[in-house]
Design a protein around this ligand. Structure first.
Ligand code: NAP
Length: 327
């Protein structure tokens, strides 16, 4: 019997991508498509390629109440923070609402008081290759945080914990589907600019997972999807490569590149794979780790399904987009 799935926030970029992965999954079956804006309308109202085999949209609240065995919550942070997970259900939250252990960080970094601070400890912050889910409530890491942690977490005890810099760049889908001045074509095209400098909400989850804070600066790229982080650190050991090799030896969704090959967006766009490469700066001796991934794939829906697979006891990579060359 397939595992039944409800998707909340299906009309957004992350929700639509989650639906794509679920439809490609051999052991998952969609039983509820949640969207407050599309409630009552057929599935093809979202995309004409969706046919009559899918249920019509219901409100996000109704989708949560359908009794599905898996809920993929693709809502905004503040909406997701109010979620009351049904009993005996695997819930993967793609938002930041359950990523930070300390509820007091939410007003400063997310702009709202957490409405259910006492529940945060029941969610596990899960990045499958580093920290698999430990229970049914899963906080899926942020897209930038996934890339920074894949690059830095295995090396955390081999670098100076002060002075780590994460310089990041993302395509515009990272900002979501709702229209904002900063995502207008007139602003984005043929432009690159930093944003939320020194105050992006992924900084505290990176610091929480590494055990020390990093200086994190994101930039907006004039592309639709994909992100790349370049991490700078001072190593205290010269065996960094073997640490990364050990960490990702069995990882189907993380590709450690050979020496002198750099990650690039074109190879990871539309996939659930992260590319990683390690360099040493000849001038300063500084260690540089670069990671590229698709913000909607390994950075969101692909990783959410990977986490769901682990939480449900299914094959870890079922439904993921891992293959393809020269795409
Ligand atoms: N985008 C990414 O790369 C990414 C990566 C990792 C995590 N996430 C997280 O995933 C969650 C959802 O992000 P998202 O990027 O999917 O946000 P989004 O595209 O803005 O969608 C979020 C919700 O906004 C509503 N909405 C607003 N304007 C819309 C429009 N023009 N068309 C369709 N729906 C619209 C929809 O809800 P209703 O239909 O119910 O009204 C939709 O589910 C967030 O918490 C985000 O932080 C996103």
């Amino acid at each position: 019997m397939p595992v039944t799935v409800a998707i909340l926030g299906t009309a957004g970029y992350a929700g639509q991508e989650a639906l794509d992965r679920v439809l490609a999954h051999p052991e998952l079956e969609v039983v509820a498509l949640g969207s407050d804006s599309l409630s009552g309308r057929p599935a093809h109202a979202l995309d004409v390629r969706l046919n009559g085999n899918l249920p019509s949209f219901v409100s996000n609240e109704e989708a949560l109440d359908t009794g599905a065995e898996l809920v993929l919550a693709c809502l905004g942070h503040e909406d997701a923070a109010t979620l009351e997970p049904p009993a005996d259900t695997v819930v993967v939250d793609l938002s930041g609402a359950h990523r930070l252990a300390d509820a007091e960080l939410y007003p400063a970094w997310y702009g709202f008081e957490h409405p259910r601070p006492g529940t945060l400890s029941s969610w596990s912050y899960a990045l499958p290759e580093l920290w698999p889910p430990t229970g049914p409530l899963v906080a899926n890491p942020g897209c930038y945080a996934t890339a920074a942690l894949l690059a830095l977490a295995p090396l955390a005890d081999l670098v100076e914990p002060t002075g780590v810099v994460v310089d990041a760049k993302s395509g515009v889908s990272g900002a979501g589907r709702s229209l904002k001045a900063s995502s207008h074509a007139g602003f984005v095209l043929e432009n690159v600019a930093p944003y939320r400098v020194g105050s992006h909400q992924h900084a505290p989850e990176i610091g929480q997972a590494l055990g020390f804070p990093v200086c994190f600066v994101p930039h907006l790229l004039p592309v639709r999807r994909g992100l790349l982080v370049t991490c700078y650190a001072q190593a205290t050991d010269d065996d960094l490569r073997s640490r990364l090799e050990d960490a990702y030896a069995d990882a189907a969704a993380v590709r450690l590149l050979p020496d002198d090959v750099a990650p690039e967006l074109a190879r990871i766009q539309g996939t659930d794979v992260a590319e990683l490469a390690l360099f040493e700066d000849r001038a300063t001796g500084r260690t540089i780790v670069v990671c590229a991934l698709d913000n909607l794939g390994k950075g969101a829906a692909g990783q959410a399904v990977q986490n769901a697979n682990l939480a449900l006891g299914l094959p870890e990579t079922a439904g993921l987009r891992l293959g393809g060359v020269l795409v």
